[in-house]
Design a protein around this ligand. Sequence first.
Ligand SMILES: NC(=O)c1ccc[n+]([C@@H]2O[C@H](COP(=O)([O-])OP(=O)(O)OC[C@H]3O[C@@H](n4cnc5c(N)ncnc54)[C@H](O)[C@@H]3O)[C@@H](O)[C@H]2O)c1
Length: 146
Amino acid sequence: MTKILVTGGGGYVGNVLCRHLLDNGYQVKCIDNFHKGQCDAIIPLATNPNFEFEYGDVTVLEQMKEAVIGCDAIIHLAAIVGFPACKSQPALATEVNVEGTRNMLFARESYNPKMPFVCVHRKRLRQSRRGLHRRVPVKRCVSLRR
Ligand SMILES: NC(=O)c1ccc[n+]([C@@H]2O[C@H](COP(=O)([O-])OP(=O)(O)OC[C@H]3O[C@@H](n4cnc5c(N)ncnc54)[C@H](O)[C@@H]3O)[C@@H](O)[C@H]2O)c1
């Protein structure tokens, strides 16, 4: 069974996506640090044998290198989302949105460079690509936003 790693799986988009993936026969490994203090949305998924939750932080590369093991694809949603949140915590937003995305790409690269990587925050990824280009090939990145 295909196993999808969903970072930020406890969030607004993530919990719906996790549910959708499970309903469509995928195994799901959800990573989240409940940055906003809310975990209610994924509690109902905990009883599903195909659902696995791991408390993790995308800014910690070693944790993410472990997290990708056994997974077939990554959907990267973990982020500090929205202008007000990014404006009030710019350092954290950069760390999570840029370094976190970079870490996920490094983790993928270390485990399986051919693993599909889906990222919805295209703008931030494009910005972070400047620093990624030389070290991580991001050819297989897929953006859901056009
Ligand atoms: N909500 C929308 O309408 C919408 C539309 C287009 C794109 N997006 C994109 O989808 C993604 C998710 O958006 P959302 O609305 O679900 O946001 P959200 O804030 O509800 O979810 C983000 C999740 O990431 C987690 N997170 C934050 N920092 C983390 C860290 N260091 N390590 C692990 N997890 C961490 C948070 O705890 C949260 O559960 C974002 O990239 C956003 O830009 C959202």
